[in-house]
Structure formats: structure tokens, C-alpha cells
Design a protein around this ligand. Sequence first.
Ligand code: AHR
Length: 514
Amino acid sequence: MFKRVISIASALVISMSLLNAQDAIVRIHDAGTGEIIPADIYGQFSEHLGRCIYGGLWVGKDSSVPNVEGYRKDVFDALKALKVPVMRWPGGCFADDYHWMDGIGPQEKRAYISNNNWGGTLEDNSFGTHEFLNLCEMLDIEPYISGNVGSGTVKEMAEWVEYMTSDAKSTMADLRRANGREEPWKVKFFGIGNEAWGCGGSMTPEYYSDLFRQYQTYLRNFGSNRLYKIASGASDYDYNWTEVLMKNLTGKGMKGISLHYYTVISWGRKGAATGFDEAGYYRILSKAIEIEPVLAKHIEIMDKYDPRGNVDLLLDEWGTWYDVEPGTNPGHLYQQNTMRDAIVAALNFDIFHKYTRRLKMANIAQVVNVLQAMILTNDTQMVLTPTYHVFEMYNVHQDAEYLASDCITNKIKTDRELVPEVDVTASRKDGKTHISLVNTHYDEAKTVLVSFDNAKAISKINSARVLTSAKPGDYNDFDKPEVVAPKAFKNYKKTSAGIEITLPPCSIVAIEAE
Ligand code: AHR
């Protein structure tokens, strides 16, 4: 059912005889681009949704689940190993229902709330501003706070900023001190609302633009803290939203504009996270890579209003979205995570690396137990998902110099975007070159020659790892947590032409060379 077509990247001049010997040919332009891949595109998103916060990040100090000051120890350690650069909180849709004063002060006195966006679940607010910002501090993560425009007030938002960041003598700073935190935190990223076109207030872009201007006026820089204010941006193909905001808000305090893009086939019939067939596999991959023209189009609009590139694009929600696992609360968005999700993550990063001129942050939805999660928990048990492993294998690209590359590869024809059989991204840091390769093919291994503009670009290969499994639908579960995990990879050889590699079916290979 899937037809293959050959695509030849125009910049690559390689004899067809070489292609005949290999399934794909990669050329890495090792002279470099001078562009640094922002670490923040490896960002996370944590919302009060299902078991992301409660049971995921936070169990409380008195829990029988081993914890570090109330944070689950296993999750805490896994996030530390991941080198998370930035994390968004408290939502999502929840942000525009959240009143931050409910989540400060003695835990036993905090207000109970019903999480009306996500299943009406009762929350005790034991995880609030202090708990989030302290977690970020302990894990060296840059916090990204989403403020409440939809049901909040200018005063409430302005006071939150003051509470978190003021080092002066003031009512809010004194309240923070009374709650046990003497020094202000550093908070750079601040989102003014979330999905203002939908759960954040059902607004028009014109109305939201005016509100943004009003709110941002009162979000002040206290002491040495400098806020980076983010406008609630478009979803997917809503180019008009970006157009109106760029027109109205460029030069008006907007440092970043967000974008949300989910890999979902249809909101009415999302399909299951597991148990898919070959057609279902490629359908998801093709929808995932459709993000590239979407990014390109939003950036084109931004370039029109902001040719100097003063406003950044932040993809602060992305990832796969399937039906919830059978028997779980439909409002909790709990889904499994297979090798297919790992390939989605890798293809997304390969795309993000190409657009960092404008794209400065991305936050996958979400960090624990929700949507395309890094980590799943079940009472005292925890598993790392295939997506976690991709984030870990790719974190070498954070803050590295992007190396442009071309790839001659067959493409799989689907009813949407053509899916390349082989995909690549590369970067260099501290004299080491990192090459990440993806074989998207459902069940065939692919041979690849990785060549360099300068034949002497690398002299040796330091290490190689592979993430793969017997079937694309394989996943890690609590009784089998290591089905999909990175392993040492040996199926390559360095030749005078470059590196010859055989990629297993549905796999991701990470090579370090120098
Ligand atoms: O990530 C889940 C939800 O998706 C977020 O709360 C919302 O912003 C988006 O619609």
C-alpha cells in the first residue's frame, strides 16, 4: 500500500553508483553554520492534569513513595539525567483557571480546588509556586510560568511576578518571606495566558492583543530579574492568529509568541497509542513531520512583521495525542508510548534544528503520565518511555553548533507528507561531532553512507548507541520496563568515504565522532 518515491536533495552531488550501493546517502556540511541549537528546544511541560503533578512529580513528604522533599525520587533522578533546560507550569488550560494564592502558605491551610478542565479532579494545592520553583532550582531547570488571563486579573498576575521575583521590601515579597523563602527566585519566561483562542478565554486575536498590551504593562522587572514575556499564540494552521499578534504586538513587549502543534490524526478519532498496524504507523509519522511546513509558514509571517528577528517562536506544546488507555479517566490524558513515539520525537528534533533562527524553545506535552510523556508512574513503580530515551540520546545537541546536512533517501508515500526512510541531524561541540540517524522504515533495515564535505572531518568514532525494538509497537511497561532502551551499537564501519552504517528497522542511532 505504500509507494516509494526517490527524492534527490539538490545540494548534494553524489554519483548514483554510490546510491545504488546504499539505501541512503547523507552528506554533512562540516564547515558548520555558526548557528547554535538552543538547549530550550529540549524543554518540558508540566500541567496540573491527571497524574502529571500529583503522583507524577509530587507525592508529598509523608508519602510511602520514596521522595526528595516531597518530589518522587525516581522521577527526580530521571529528570536530572535528562538535562531538562526549561519547564513550563502550571498549564495549559489549567493556567487560566489557576489562582496562585491558593497554592502558597502552610500546606494544611491551602484551598481545595476542582480541576475543571481535566476531569473535575479534586486537588489540595500542595504543589504550588514554591514547590515548582524549588524543583526547578534543584534540577537546574529554567522555569516558564503561565499566567492566568482567562479568569484572572491584571492585579493577580502582577502580584505573582512580584511575589516570585522582588527582592525589595513589599507586601508580596514579605509574604513570600513569611512563607519561608527569603531570596527571590529568578523567573525569566512568563506566558501571558494560554490558548486564548480556546480554553484560555475564547478570544479573538484582536481582543487578546489588547489584553496582552494591558497585562504586560504591569508585569515588572524587580531587582535584576528580567522577564521575557510570551504571547499566547496560534494552534496548528491558524496563521491569522500569528498575523494579527505580530501586527499588533511586535515592539509592544512581546519577546516570544507561542505555537501549539499536536500529532493527532483527528480529534474525534485519535486512535490508540499501541496496537497499531503499518498504515497507522506511517499515518502518525506523516502527521508529525507536517509540522515542518506549519513552522515555516508561521515563521514567514513573523519575518514579514519582524525582519530583524526580535520576536522568538516558542513551540510550547507539541507531541502525540491518542485515545487514553482503556479504563483510565478520559480527562487525564494518560497514554502509552511506543517506538513509534520515539521516531516522532527524533523526526521533530531533526526539523526543529533547522528552524532555530526563529524557533528558540519547544516544550513537549507532557513530562510525566500525560500525552507523549517521558516518564510513566504507577504507585511506587516508574518506567522511562522510548520518548525519554530519545531526549536523552539527543541532549548532546543542546547548545551545540548545528551542522547542516543533506540526505538522499527513498520516501514512503502516505495520504499526507512523504515520510523519508532515513533522516539525519548533526551538530558539533567541544570538538566532538554528534550524528543522529533515524530509520523510519516499519520492518526493513537500511544501509547508509554518512559522508562529509571535508574527507578529514572526523578521524575516529568514539561511541554509538541504538534505540530499537522487535516491533514498532513495542513499549515499556511496569512489568517489562526495559523492552525499549538504548544499547551499544556496532553495525558501522569507518571507511575512506565516511561512515557506513546499517540501521535496524524502526530505529534511532546516535554516533559520537571526532
Ligand atoms: O496538553 C494538554 C492541553 O492541550 C493543554 O492544557 C492545552 O493548552 C492544550 O489544548
